[in-house]
Design a protein. Structure first.
Length: 347
């Protein structure tokens, strides 16, 4: 599994020094497929590696830096558009990492801009963004209604001139999901940046990453999300004594303790993240579980050219992701509607 090569190289950069040409091909292809090529480039910088691989990784570092600047610029454009409202605007995911100067942002590929705003002001945020040049990506009436009634965000918007996407969240999981995180608490605990935007509190950044990985989807891109969790936990635990206890207490408040503990177990297994369990005041055991092997199979399933393998496992996690998002009858109606409209899972 070339996914395992990526995990090993991120965990122990010196391990790449033993790779032959085929090993480097597998590593680079899998890292690119998992959108971890920039993170890998940052980790192995300074090592004596083959010239061809060095050129690929130098390009990846340059692309990551360009992506970082573009993400910060797009965040500032959203800040300007929403400033007249005075509402809190919380950056999420990769943009939050680079805006905060976190280690998790080093080399990270950043796609859409994700922000969190109060749910009772979501219409106001939508109107301001539309006035500032963003427009709808999903014109389909069913998709639009589905997002507005059941999802944790507005339908995606894209800027007509800059061709950049923004996802405007009002909470961190779909409204149909079993856990119901307290979005008002997340916003209230968020911390200000110098430019007036905000980021989640350290514990909540990890909780959101774990929720996105474990409770909202099929683990596509999961290795990158797990690497985020490793970087975040290492940095926050070094800064803050008792960070893990605080993390578990906050996760319990949001109904996401199971997702957080699963994510930490997997992060420890793949990246040797220094996690800490507790017995009191909250019981959290981080010993490996037999089911963890299924998650590792899903996370690491890449061949020597970076192509996905274990399609049956992938499809099982696709179904799992949908069952986590909505009750069975609603899921059946939704999948039937999407099927009739021609949607098929990526194969």
């Amino acid at each position: 599994m070339s996914g395992a090569l990526v995990a090993r190289a991120l965990r122990d950069p010196a391990s790449v020094l033993t790779l032959d040409a085929a090993g480097w091909t597998a590593l680079l292809c899998a890292a690119r497929a998992e959108t971890l090529i920039g993170s890998l480039a940052h980790r192995v910088e300074g090592l004596a590696i083959p010239a061809a691989a060095a050129r690929v990784l130098a390009d990846a570092r340059a692309a990551a830096e360009q992506g970082r600047m573009a993400a910060l610029w797009e965040a500032d454009m959203a800040r300007r558009a929403l400033a007249p409202s005075g509402m809190p605007v919380v950056l999420l995911k990769g943009t939050a990492f680079v805006a905060s100067g976190l280690a998790a942002g080093q080399g990270r590929q950043i796609g859409d801009l994700d922000i969190l705003v109060p749910r009772d002001r979501i219409d106001e945020a939508e109107a301001l963004l539309l006035a500032a040049g963003w427009e709808w990506v999903k014109p389909d009436p069913y998709d639009d209604a589905y997002y507005r009634r059941w999802m944790h965000e507005l339908p995606p918007l894209i800027h007509r001139e800059r061709d950049r996407m923004i996802d405007v969240h009002h909470t961190i999981l779909p409204l149909t999901a079993r856990p119901r995180p307290d979005a008002d608490m997340l916003i209230a605990r968020s911390e200000p940046l110098e430019n007036g935007l905000r980021v989640l509190a350290p514990e909540d950044i990890v909780i959101h990453a774990a929720a996105h990985l474990m409770a909202d989807g099929d683990l596509q891109g999961g290795l990158r999300n797990l690497w985020d969790i490793d970087r975040l936990c290492r940095e926050f635990a070094e800064r803050q004594e008792g960070f893990y206890l605080s993390l578990f207490e906050e996760a319990h408040c949001h109904g996401l303790l199971h997702a957080v503990t699963r994510a930490l177990r997997l992060s420890h297994q793949l990246f040797e993240t220094p996690v800490v369990g507790y017995i009191d005041p909250v019981r959290v055991a981080l010993n490996p579980r037999p089911s963890d092997a299924l998650f590792r199979h899903r996370l690491l399933a890449r061949d020597g050219w970076g192509q996905r393998t274990r399609k049956l496992t992938e499809f099982a996690f696709y179904l799992r992701g949908h069952f986590l998002r909505m009750p069975p009858l609603m899921l059946a109606r939704h999948l039937w509607t999407k099927w009739r409209k021609g949607y098929r899972p990526a194969g």
